[in-house]
Design a protein around this ligand. Sequence first.
Ligand code: DQA
Length: 144
Amino acid sequence: MKLLVINGPNLNMLGIREPDIYGRQTYKDLVDYVNQICAQKGIDCQVFQSNHEGDIVDKIQAAYGNTDGIVINPAAYTHTSVAILDALKAVCIPAVEVHLSDVNSRESFRHISYAGMACEKTYAGFGFEGYKMAIEYLEGKSNL
Ligand code: DQA
């Protein structure tokens, strides 16, 4: 199984940014966590992070025809980006949305998720564990 994990803007600042919300673990810790889970499961995984909306769109488009699943935390673009929504819809790759924090219990502008409209599932508020849940959901699909 080939998996793409996409992380949006400011997630590279994990460990520094708002630790009361996002915790003290770093972005490298997150990448190591995801890679370790995938290695254990024999999943071929690429983890990508960008602060740029167009780069995320390009990455989703490049996954067309060669990727079995996408785990995406679009970060702030979750709540603004129709372009990321459209890219996910265009490639038709099973996608799962993840948020470290519980976006629905935060400010009202975080309650809207455009990307989530193209995702089969959302895991929010589980910290790093949400990525594991998303990977396992997609792994379960690919075993069907
Ligand atoms: C986030 C939630 C978003 O609202 C926020 O803009 C982020 C991170 C999360 O993982 O909890 O940057 O996606």
